[in-house]
Unconditional design. Structure first.
Length: 193
């Protein structure tokens, strides 16, 4: 089953929104600076364009998880480069680990969980679409059968013929009488003496 352009764009926009919100939350949670509005819009447009390419048909869970991890890596780098704080976030120490390690762990964990969550949604969406398509096909088949039955029953009904010019009146015979049958009525004719 292939996706139409509008369906493809809707799916890719939803994927991009989830990815950008996840990246922004994981980036902020791990101690990074908040991304700028320009970085958010750039990330949203870039991920939407990338997802639109892959959204042409149903994808297996492994592909979805890889796409989410790739989107998270791209967004992490974008947010890290365009962070609103003065110092790069990956140089800050926090609890013995660099923020980069914390961000990497947060992004990967969130990406894996979100990828699995999105793949389940993808399966459910395509399952619903397949059921709707099968139901529509059954309805069309039933409608075609009813139309054929109606046409067949209407074909059996003959319309009365109307003559354009009046002719001599003749007795109407029932349709079941054979044309070659000879009808003789009355007593037998006896020979004349």
């Amino acid at each position: 089953m292939r996706a139409t352009l509008s369906f493809r764009l809707a799916r890719s926009a939803a994927f991009a929104a989830v990815s950008v919100l996840l990246a922004m939350g994981a980036h902020w949670f791990a101690g990074g600076g908040g991304p700028t509005t320009g970085a958010l819009l750039t990330g949203l447009l870039a991920v939407t364009a990338g997802a639109a390419v892959a959204a042409g048909r149903e994808r297996p869970p492994q592909v979805i998880v890889v796409l989410v991890v790739g989107a998270q890596a791209f967004l992490h780098l974008l947010f890290d480069v365009t962070a609103s704080t003065g110092a790069p976030a990956h140089l800050t120490w926090h609890g013995g680990l660099t923020t980069r390690t914390g961000m990497l762990t947060a992004h990967l964990t969130a990406a894996l969980l979100t990828g699995l969550w999105l793949s389940r949604g993808e399966e459910a969406l395509w399952s619903v679409l397949r059921r709707i398509g099968a139901g529509a096909a059954r309805c069309l088949t039933t409608l075609a059968a009813l139309t054929a039955l109606l046409r067949a029953s209407l074909a059996g009904i003959t319309r009365p013929r109307v003559r354009a010019t009046p002719g001599p009146a003749r007795a109407l015979r029932p349709a079941w009488v054979l044309r070659h049958a000879v009808v003789r009525r009355g007593p037998p004719v006896s020979p004349v003496f």
